[in-house]
Design a protein around this ligand. Structure first.
Ligand SMILES: [Zn+2]
Length: 378
């Protein structure tokens, strides 16, 4: 059967094109839109009227146009036309974030809650989500959806936790949440969420590896600006690469000597009663035990990066809870340690210390909803 594009599909395509252009070029005139997108003035004019009517865009002052002698109306998107929500589930609390279409934070919150993989707990989390959304003051129809972010592998469609040993929730289905919420829900792996948050404001690293150096060690691979899930959903699970050939601590996966047992914050602080602030104050003050432990940590981290660098040769983000404590001297030492076993000469330009905010993981969950909206929702 011969396929043809309907006038409705053409209109929707043009509207998507125009909306995307306004999104990335705020305060643009109708004339400039027509010229830049090679569309007719009536096409642009009717799309603008339609989107203005829907509350997606607004006139935001006037602008000098290259193509008319006088000032023309400037159009921008309404950044709260849709709001996205991310919920990060930890063992003993949850963090919630709401962002607008530019990924700017509207509200953050934190609730104490002990996670148990059962129906009552899912319902309690959903009650917190409903309260949180109500507190933003935005009506239900503006909410794009809710990302449930957790330390576990999830299916690429975000509907199932395929491996959730940390929270003991393997097999958890998204219906446990979506049956209590009126919005679209999906799961997202915490390291992937953190990577999206870190890279949201930068187009410079469309291909990169994100290392989450937090209470648990995790990673995400970003390829062409998108999360690489892999054929079986476990791409970039470097935390289970066996860094110690013999012996080692037992990982939560049941095997010994995994990177998790050397590169998580809990392994770094094992045997030290202090928190990260005190630990690093002692490291920088030259206290012997702490300095020795930190040097060993950097050696193990260099070992890890060396392994993945040989196969990926890309940019690496050192992020998560440890990022604020990593100095340029530490990075210099990492380059030196990695360099020693890489056979090729190369620039020391591939390690980047992350700058994600503390609530970045729940924000990343919300950002994936925003990305989907911007790419597909018109
Ligand atoms: Zn493991």
């Amino acid at each position: 059967m011969k396929k043809s594009i309907t006038p409705g599909q053409i209109r929707a395509g043009n509207r998507q094109l125009i909306y995307s252009y306004i999104y990335s070029h705020p305060a643009v005139s109708q004339q400039d839109l027509a010229y830049q997108l090679r569309l007719s003035r009536p096409t642009v004019s009717s799309s603008l009227a339609e989107m203005e009517e829907l509350g997606m865009i607004e006139k935001s002052g006037q602008v000098s146009s290259e193509f008319v002698g006088r000032k023309a109306a400037a159009y921008s998107i309404i950044n709260t036309y849709r709001i996205a929500v991310g919920v990060h589930i930890h063992a003993h609390h949850i963090t919630l974030s709401a962002v607008n279409l530019y990924g700017e934070i509207i509200e953050n919150d934190h609730r104490d809650l002990d996670f148990i993989n059962d129906e009552t707990c899912a319902e309690r989390i959903c009650d917190c989500v409903k309260d949180f959304i109500a507190s933003t003051g935005y009506p239900d129809e503006r909410i794009l959806g809710v990302s449930i972010v957790l330390p576990g592998l999830v299916s690429p469609d975000g509907t199932l936790v395929t491996y959730g040993k940390i929270l003991d929730c393997t097999g958890l289905k998204i219906e446990a949440f979506s049956r209590h919420l009126k919005w679209h829900c999906r799961f997202i792996h915490d390291a992937s969420s953190a990577a999206l948050s870190e890279l949201w404001n930068s187009d410079r690293y469309p291909d990169s590896i994100y290392l989450m150096l937090s209470n648990h060690f995790g990673a995400a691979a970003i390829v062409g600006g998108k999360i690489l899930y892999g054929r079986h959903g476990h791409a970039a699970t470097y935390e289970h690469i066996r860094l110690q050939k013999t012996g080692g601590e037992t990982c939560y996966c049941g095997r010994k000597g995994c990177a998790e047992t050397l590169l998580s914050v809990q392994s770094l602080l094992k045997g030290f009663p202090e928190d990260l602030d005190t630990f690093f104050a002692n490291v920088r003050a030259g206290k012997k035990e702490e300095a020795k432990r930190w040097k060993k940590y950097l050696e193990d981290l260099a070992h890890m990066i060396r392994i993945i660098h040989l196969s990926t040769d890309t940019d690496y983000f050192l992020s998560g809870d440890l990022a604020p404590y990593i100095t340029q001297m530490d990075v210099k030492l990492l380059y030196k340690l990695i360099e020693g076993s890489i056979p090729f000469p190369e620039e020391n330009d591939y390690l980047h210390v992350g700058s994600m905010p503390v609530s970045g993981i729940s924000i990343g969950g919300a950002l994936i909803m925003v990305k989907n909206f911007l790419n597909h929702a018109m």
